[in-house]
Design a protein around this ligand. Structure first.
Ligand SMILES: CC(C)(COP(=O)(O)OP(=O)(O)OC[C@H]1O[C@@H](n2cnc3c(N)ncnc32)[C@H](O)[C@@H]1OP(=O)(O)O)[C@@H](O)C(=O)NCCC(=O)NCCS
Length: 233
């Protein structure tokens, strides 16, 4: 499928876009939140977004709906509410690792059976260029030097991918470490030939959940950018 960068197409996301981002042990799905009625939420989940605006309730409901379906596909069929910690992270049931991300038009969820060392992160963002004035808040000097070699619009689009990859890394490591990271704690390098990125957490080097570095995948499709990280430790 061909989409112009920066336009969020109102088309279904090709399933392969998502599944190609993850190894086979990850179950993943995406859905347009505008199609989902928040009444699919279980009562305790509904209470978490009772005061939220309609768009947020639909995004939250879509994440919970997909998570429930994916957990059922892993053999966990009793629907228990997927609650949220005070830190915003979902409280996945024992035996499950997972990650959720949303835009106005897509909610993406990835789950897997928990295993020693296993972490999972996913992020989706609109494929609009990141404004240049934000680069220095999000990027390390080496990343800034690389962006400076690109044409301005391309630099903005790659900066958006850098942002997404760092959010993805953050979500993957947080449930294991409880560590809040600054954007400049994570160094990301992309490999266009393979559609992968390498992330290195600078702070507390050697004691992070990933060891020295970790590799993730990215894709651009339907006016969106996707980053995914699934590591077996
Ligand atoms: C948590 C955070 C990463 C979410 O990213 P986002 O782009 O704003 O929003 P997304 O739609 O991609 O993701 C939202 C989902 O992230 C998940 N999430 C929230 N906090 C989380 C955490 N601490 N750990 C893991 N997942 C978390 C939730 O499932 C949430 O969806 P839900 O509320 O519907 O369940 C972001 O809001 C944040 O707090 N960032 C600050 C930390 C940071 O970015 N540091 C620099 C990166 S290294």
């Amino acid at each position: 499928m061909k989409c112009e960068p920066g336009t969020e197409c109102r088309v279904a996301l090709p399933r392969a876009t998502l599944t190609d981002l993850f190894p086979p042990w990850v179950h993943c799905a995406a859905m347009d939140p505008r199609r989902v009625d928040p009444s699919v939420l279980l009562p305790q989940e509904q209470a978490l977004v009772a005061q939220a605006i309609d768009r947020r309730r639909r995004q939250f409901a879509t994440g919970r709906l997909l998570a429930r379906r994916l957990m059922a596909s892993l053999g966990m069929s009793t629907p228990a509410p997927l609650l949220r910690g005070s830190d915003g992270a979902p409280r996945w049931p024992v035996g499950i690792v997972g990650s959720i991300s949303h835009t106005n038009t897509q909610v993406v969820v990835a789950v897997a059976r928990h295993a020693r060392g296993r972490v999972l992160g996913v992020d989706v963002e609109g494929d609009q260029p990141l404004p240049e004035e934000l680069f220095s808040q999000l990027c390390l000097p080496a990343e800034l030097r690389w962006l400076a070699t690109l044409r301005p619009r391309e630099a903005g689009r790659w900066a958006k991918l850098l942002f997404s990859a760092k959010e993805c890394v953050y979500k993957a490591q947080y449930p294991r470490t409880g560590r809040r990271l600054d954007f400049r704690d994570v160094r990301v390098c992309f490999d266009e030939a393979t559609g992968t990125f390498e992330a290195r957490i600078r702070r507390c080097a050697g004691s992070t959940v990933f060891g020295a570095s970790v590799s993730g995948r990215y894709a651009r499709c339907a006016g969106l950018v996707f980053t995914a990280l699934a590591s077996d430790g």
